[in-house]
Design a protein around this ligand. Structure first.
Ligand code: HEM
Length: 418
């Protein structure tokens, strides 16, 4: 006899459709209605546990309790992640691969990225000045694509930029879709993996010279724990794990523009350019707006948490969006208020827009520092370096479509340098 309680549970055969219908709020809504940070349901044809909140995040990032191998659904692997990438590794193999990623996130690496980003903002502003209207989401994706391949050391010709932007965008725009958009994402991944694979072969054959401090060079020559080079496909997947999310920062840059428009009093404070307030603003954008809804793992071996049984092999989802909006952690969580970060407790488990826990030991986003630096450069351009008008448009955003992008994609016009 076990002395565990029955977990709050959702009746019914499968709730995948509800998850798709309710998007970012699926777990959060049920945590509220069950008044519980843990509940059981059925997703993707199997039993699943959903958890959220600070203590739940602490549990989720305990690598003795959860593993990532085979956790991600196939449609996510085929679009967002790619096969054999870091996201599905565990234990020493994960740590070794994560060190490969983190080694390029050095202070020098970040400085180089900041400089490339500034340069690309300059190029973009020169172009936008000539345009009647600028659709910020599309333009910033293309700008970030240039930043991504230059920083990663991938040689791309000017006339290939548009195609590459489209393909990298399709990978993160299609992960939670069904039908034709999903297939666009799959095809895009196949195309880019094949093309990057050919570049990697050329690097290894000495037919392409790449600076040593780039991801392309570093990953092409990285050796696994047995001392072997990674196979070409895996290197391609990991190089795309750098390129794709850098392009995805366009989403946060869009939300920066939305916040500047919706909260003029915050914008005013930012114009005085206090570095601390800038940091607080960036954090609030990452907390407030929806991006990654949840992360997925599998119970590694049976354990009991808060009197509830977690059985080996059970799919478990950690609510990222809901944890960032949890009233037990945040005062008035639905208010946009950068000042809340003034006296923030700095826990790696309460503020988790890009995952939680430790960078090296766990799966926390390898690109979190990069993301923040690119956001800061972009904010500087939007408030201190250019002027623009925001015509009437639908700046609202969906809480269902994942990832959520402002409906109008943020249209601006009359761009001038200040
Ligand atoms: C655009 C904003 C970004 C968001 C919202 C984001 C979010 C996330 C999330 C939620 C995870 C999973 C955490 C987990 O599994 O527990 C993750 C992992 C990861 N991210 Fe990001 N990310 C972003 C940008 C970046 C950037 C710019 C890079 C690299 C240049 C990057 C590289 C990675 C990698 C390599 C992983 C896998 C880490 C691992 O499995 O150990 N991300 N990210």
């Amino acid at each position: 006899m076990s002395n565990t309680n029955r977990m709050p549970h959702e009746e019914g055969i499968d709730h995948t459709l509800n998850l798709l219908r309710e998007g970012y709020l699926y777990i959060f809504n049920r945590r509220k209605s069950f008044n519980s940070d843990v509940f059981e349901t059925h997703l993707l044809g199997q039993k699943a546990i959903c958890i959220g909140g600070k203590e739940a995040a602490e549990l989720f990032y305990d690598t003795d309790k959860f593993k990532r191998k085979d956790a991600a659904p196939n449609r996510v692997v085929q679009t967002l992640f790619g096969k054999n990438g870091i996201q599905a590794l565990d234990g020493q193999a994960h740590k070794h691969r994560k060190e490969m990623f983190m080694s390029i996130m050095s202070p020098e690496g970040l400085k180089k990225l900041i400089n490339i980003t500034k340069k690309q903002w300059e190029v973009a502003v020169d172009k936008w000045k000539q345009m009647d209207v600028v659709i910020l989401y599309d333009e910033v994706k293309e700008m970030m694509c240039k930043v991504a391949y230059q920083w990663a050391g991938v040689p791309v010709k000017e006339d290939e930029v548009r195609r590459l932007t489209k393909d990298l965008g399709a990978m993160f725009e299609s992960a939670a879709t069904v039908g034709p958009i999903h297939w666009l994402g799959r095809n895009a991944r196949n195309r880019v993996e094949k093309w990057i694979g050919e570049v990697i072969d050329k690097v290894r054959n000495g037919n392409v010279n790449v600076p040593e401090d780039t991801a392309l060079h570093h990953f092409s020559w990285h050796r696994d724990m047995e001392g072997n080079l990674l196979d070409t496909e895996t290197v391609a997947v990991e190089v795309i794990n750098i390129l794709r999310p850098i392009v995805a920062i366009a989403i946060f840059i869009n939300f920066i523009a939305v916040a500047l428009h919706h909260y003029p009093e915050v914008r005013k404070k930012l114009e005085t350019y206090d570095e601390k307030y800038v940091q607080m603003f960036i954090q609030e954008v990452r907390r407030f707006y929806p991006f990654f809804p949840f992360v997925i793992a599998i119970v590694k071996k049976d354990f009991i948490w808060k009197g509830y049984q977690f059985k080996e092999g059970t799919l478990t989802l950690l609510d990222l969006y809901g944890t960032n909006h949890d009233h037990k952690i945040w005062e008035n969580p639905d208010m946009f208020n950068p000042d809340r970060f003034d006296k923030w407790e700095r826990s790696p488990f309460s503020f988790i827009p890009q995952g939680g826990g430790d960078y090296f030991l766990g799966h926390r986003c390898a690109g979190e520092w990069i993301t923040m630096e690119v956001m800061k450069v972009s904010l500087d351009y939007l408030i201190n370096r250019i002027e623009y008008e925001v015509p009437d448009q639908d700046l609202s955003f969906s809480m269902v479509n994942m990832p959520s992008i402002p409906h109008s994609k943020v249209v601006i016009k009359k761009i001038r340098r200040m």
